[in-house]
Write a protein that binds this ligand. Structure first.
Ligand code: ADP
Ligand code: MG
Length: 263
């Protein structure tokens, strides 16, 4: 049954599995992502976080299980339907590069050129609004990516990801490579976007500070499975050895002691 309303989960995965040849990366995952929440996916390097994002954004087809997006069976969609669903996504890929030969504003405008029939003036207007929503100044729009700092480049990539007012925003390690202050500012931006555009946000990160600041709920991947899911407060109090190792290691404890606005 196709259900797409405010109460139903935006993403529902059951028995989801991913393997590459003999290598099992994810096995038998069951999870829902609720409308309007910020769900963080965490786990060690190579635990399958980016792979999971590729499944739920329909860039790859899972090897097993079922996946529903906005109430529709994502694995049964034809090409046209798949495009229509993906049109509701905004994605910031890990290491997601901006087009180096296009200005920031042109980068942000690209999804609008590709997916809408809007005229040149409207596209420029919308791109400028998104630029500012992402915390950049209009004059930054004229710069090329190589002329930006790391933090500005991430903001430009976020602006491009929100160009089409996505209902579902995927951010793969948006603060990686940023200094702590720029990372904190980017977390603020994520919270602002949530407040203004009200998307559901799926965030991959291993930044403990970010987790405390922005995540409504956290899902820990390890050994191809979901080791735990819950709020940061719940996970930080867990007695499970693998969960403890992740959340109560030195970096976890440092972030916890500095945590404000506890979730
Ligand atoms: P994470 O984002 O958690 O660091 P990834 O999802 O990038 O991890 O990768 C998880 C595992 O899947 C890694 O061992 C990686 O080598 C493997 N993997 C990812 N994509 C492919 C692929 N296309 N072919 C083979 N192995 C892959
Ligand atoms: Mg990754």
């Amino acid at each position: 049954m196709d259900v797409d309303n405010a109460q139903s989960p935006v993403i529902e995965a059951r028995g989801l599995g991913v393997r590459f040849g003999p290598k099992v990366v994810l096995e038998d995952l069951d999870f829902d992502i609720r409308r309007g929440e910020i769900l963080a996916i965490v786990g060690g390097s190579g635990s399958g976080k980016s792979t999971l994002l590729r499944q739920i954004t329909m860039l790859q087809r899972p090897s097993a299980g079922s996946l529903r997006l906005f109430g529709q069976d994502a694995l049964a969609l034809d090409e046209g339907e798949r495009l229509r669903v993906r049109r509701r996504f905004g994605i910031l890929f890990q290491n997601g590069a901006l087009f180096g030969d296009r200005t920031v504003l042109e980068n942000i405008a690209t999804p609008l050129w590709e997916h809408t029939e809007l005229d040149h003036g409207s596209i420029e207007e919308i791109a400028t609004i998104k630029l500012q929503l992402a915390g950049l100044r209009p004059e930054d729009g004229l710069l090329y990516p190589s002329q930006l700092s790391g933090g500005m480049r991430k903001r430009a990539a976020v602006a491009r990801a929100i160009a089409l007012d996505p209902e579902l925003l995927f951010l793969d390690e948006p603060t990686s490579g940023l200094d702590p202050l720029s990372a904190e500012a980017l977390d603020e931006l994520v919270l602002q976007l949530k407040a203004t555009l009200e998307p559901t946000i799926v965030l991959v990160t291993h930044d403990m500070d970010s987790l405390w600041r922005v995540a409504d709920r956290v899902m820990l991947l390890g050994d191809a499975h979901i080791l735990a899911s819950g709020t940061m407060t719940e996970l930080a109090a867990s007695g499970e050895p693998l969960v403890r190792r992740f959340f109560q290691g030195p970096r976890g404890r440092a972030a916890m002691s500095g945590a404000t606005g506890q979730k």
